[in-house]
Design a protein around this ligand. Structure first.
Ligand code: UD1
Ligand code: CA
Length: 458
């Protein structure tokens, strides 16, 4: 059956107290609104209609190409029913199903929607998700008739005593037969305590027409709305659990999934172990058999197989297989580390290539450099890549040995197999196989200390 979807996101989201639009708040690596988009795509709706307010350019930009937009004009009314009316032109001439849901319900999944679609395909004018709330405060209450079909939804402020006691609440997720929704919309009225056009009134209107409205129950958790940052954190916790369970079922070991923060966008291979306190973000991809010890943050990092990373920050970078990184290494954008490398403690690498088997073991800065294979960098090597105005690039050939505390003043070329003596400041290229020493010669002034003391100067 033909189908479409309307996602409501014209509310102002004032309770977020944020400059960012409510539905663009990130939740486990994706803007909140992307989850309802995913849920409808799971039932086969590719370009839903997103209803936005006038000042929602950021939402349009974010979803450009993935949705079509309807703008709700508050000067002509307000409320969820009015929001759907604003999308009416996108329904005109259509048949089949239309799902209606809100942009602030990130935990809803496609499988929840499928049940609604099935009920409408079987002849209901509308199917809606409901949930049993311990504390139904704030929600619309679902009133059923003796057969279990829905009679009406009453908003809390419009409830009488008995209705208020009902614990079954409206999740505000529906599937309508398009023609029936279009028949009901013009009959919505705003004669309620909020002077809003309620979409929920479409239910009693359809009932009055003799149509059937089918309730489908889901968990409170799955239809939880996010209105403020406390709820955002709660939803994030649930989403995190889902992500981690998915990964563990696929063979990832997590020592403490409650304290492991993995974005929905991250890929991790089998038999990789992730310790607590790691935050893996963006398009990060970690291979198999890796060990990610506590305290790592990765964003858009690619890590091969069998690599170990500890207490390190990896941003927009690549690390090969069977390499060790950290503790306390900082791999900045465009760091590309090969296989069987060792990137040790307090090493910072930026916009540089580190060839296979090269060791950068301690206290070193590699910026804008190309390092070949099998190189050893001693402790405290610095690539001086910046003269205050411009950045320069250096290169080091295969098998070179750079002593401790060497400065390479870029641009310089150190050819394959060259050695550089500890403490050197290299400003000229070093030929293959040469030893470069670039430091002043040591002089020992024998007896100097005693003589100074005798003069009373020490
Ligand atoms: C709505 C339901 C209520 C249900 C609850 C579940 C109605 C009248 N009530 O109440 O029965 O229990 O959700 O969370 O539908 N929106 C617009 N334009 C508007 C108003 C709202 O786009 O004019 C959007 C909001 O951005 C939001 C969604 O619709 O994404 C829901 O609106 P909200 O005001 O939060 O509805 P509730 O009062 O919570
Ligand atoms: Ca709400």
């Amino acid at each position: 059956m033909e189908q479409t979807a309307i996602i409501l996101a014209a509310g102002e989201g004032t309770r977020m107290k944020s400059k960012l639009h409510k539905v663009l708040h990130p939740l486990c690596g994706r803007a909140m609104v992307e989850y309802p988009l995913r849920a409808v795509s799971e039932v086969g709706v590719e370009k839903p209609v997103v209803v936005v307010g006038h000042a929602a350019d950021s939402v349009r930009e974010h979803l450009a190409g993935r949705a079509v937009f309807a703008v709700q004009d508050p000067s002509t009314g307000w409320g969820t029913g009015h929001a759907v009316m604003s999308a009416r032109e996108h329904l005109a001439g259509r048949k089949g199903l239309v799902y209606v849901l809100a942009g602030d319900m990130p935990l809803l999944e496609g499988k929840d929607l499928l049940k609604l679609g099935a009920a409408v395909e079987e002849g209901a004018a509308c199917a809606m998700l409901t949930a049993r709330a311990e504390d139904p405060t704030g929600y619309g209450r679902v009133l059923r008739d003796g057969t279990g079909a829905v009679l009406a939804i009453v908003e809390e402020r419009d409830c009488d005593q008995a209705q208020r006691a009902v614990k079954e609440v409206n999740a505000a997720i529906y599937c309508f037969r398009v023609e029936k929704l279009l028949e009901a919309l013009p009959r919505l009225k705003n004669d309620n305590s909020q002077k809003e056009y309620y979409l929920t009134d479409a239910v009693s209107i359809l009932r009055g027409d003799g149509e059937r409205v089918v309730p489908v129950e889901i968990s409170m958790e799955s239809c939880m709305g996010v209105n403020d940052k406390v709820q955002l954190a709660k939803a994030q916790r649930v989403m995190r659990r889902r992500i981690n369970e998915r990964l563990m079922r696929a063979g990832v070991t997590m020592i403490d999934p409650e304290a492991t923060y993995v974005d929905d966008t991250v890929t991790i291979g089998r038999d990789t172990t992730v310790y607590p306190g790691c935050t893996l973000m963006g398009e990060t991809v970690i291979g198999e058999d890796c060990t990610i010890y506590p305290g790592c943050r990765m964003n858009n990092a690619r890590v091969g197989d069998g690599t170990t990373v500890e207490s390190s920050v990896l941003l927009d970078c690549r690390v090969g297989s069977f390499t060790t990184v950290g503790p306390n290494a900082y791999l900045r954008p465009k760091a590309e580390v090969g296989d069987h490398c060792r990137i040790g403690d307090f090493v910072e690498i930026k916009n540089s290539v580190i060839g296979n088997g090269t060791k950068v073991s301690h206290l070193t800065y590699v910026g804008d450099a190309d390092l070949g294979e099998g190189i050893n960098l001693g402790c405290g090597v610095v690539f001086s890549n910046y003269d205050g105005k411009r950045k320069y690039r250096s290169s080091v050939g295969d098998g070179a040995f750079i002593g401790c505390n060497v400065n390479l003043v870029s641009p310089v070329v150190v050819e394959a197999g060259a050695y550089i003596a500890a403490g050197s400041t290299i400003t000229k290229d070093v030929p293959a196989g040469a030893l470069a020493i670039a430091r002043s010669r040591q002089a020992n002034l024998n007896g100097w200390v005693d003589a100074r003391k005798a003069e009373g100067k020490l």
